[in-house]
Design a protein around this ligand. Sequence first.
Ligand code: PMP
Length: 407
Amino acid sequence: MANHKKISDARKDFPLLDQMVNGKPLVYLDNAATMQKPHEVIDTVTEVYTKYNSNIHRGTHHLSNVCTEAFEEARIKIQKFINAGYSHEIIFTRGTTESVNLVANTFGDAFLKEGDEVIISELEHHSNIVPWQLLRERKGIELKVIPITEEGELNMEVFHSLLSDRTALVAIAHVSNALGTINPIKEIISAAHAKDIPVLIDGAQAVHHFPVDVTELDCDFYAFSGHKLYGPTGIGVLYGKEKWLNKMPPWQGGGEMIKSVTFEKTTFNELPFKFEAGTPHYAGAIGLGKAIDYLTSYQWDEIINFEKELLDYATEKLLSVDGLKIYGTAKNKSSVISFLVDGIHPYDMGVMLDKMGIAVRTGHHCAQPVMDKFGIPGTVRASFAIYNTKEDIDKLVEGVIKIKSIF
Ligand code: PMP
């Protein structure tokens, strides 16, 4: 059996965590916004720039070949990580946002027409709402929104009733960043496919919490970001089924995405390069490959159980605070807790926690419709990663109690 690392040893791999903030040891609980990076990822990116930085593809010289090989190896690691059928189904983008925009601008512009409907949900991140609204402006499509329940779960009855002959695409988050809800995407994909409707999944909050198998899910597109996966910023992934990617027109034009260019006519490169115009963020891609090596050096069961333990512990402790309400109480939840304390604005809570060295996110979390649903301005959000501890949660709860006593 492979030798897996122990999660209890993870914290020491993250150099940033070992620092004082406002005179207190940092407690980093803003992981849903971005994760910290292990040494191995930082060292890998440094190694690219110190040892073999060179523009990739078409190079005849040594450095270019080394860099190209490392970049394409990263693509294969990602393919295996999400169990895609082919490495050319992995398109490097800047992140989830760019991946969704790519689909809206290519699939959307080429295949959707006036009156067609795209189904999204009330818990989407703005990056899975606005690109479809922009498409609505361009093409006259309609948006249909699956409402959420008081617990923050999708109303699946309404979802099923929204599927119709006019539905051209379903675009849904795997996990809500604001509430932590894990959506029943398998059921969504099967129901949509039964009517030949393709499905895009926004996996920004999923891929680092549990294994994702795009072949088993059978989704048509799956988007995620490197920086939420213990990897570098500025790099992300769009997985797309070959059958769609081949049919879709390119999005951005430039170098790398062409086969030949004359002023009369340009022919486009094959997959995946057709969608990777310009010099890609190869250092980021190589770093992302290393982040995947790092994450998969732990056992998924251990990650899932560990994060569940932190979630349960934090939920229980926070709920013991008088006047504290948790938003997002779905049965199936990832390690994200959104909450409010009676009479305390989330922004004030965030600023005061920061004075204690505790980093949480406050506000609408780029999910304003979720806040509107609950009639609140925003929440305080604590989100956990493999390097967090129960002591981090104790400090958060102590901080919340202290702030409450001041108000
Ligand atoms: N979708 C979800 C569910 C997210 O949590 C985020 C990031 N907060 C995004 C999309 C956008 O990701 P990025 O900013 O990395 O493009």
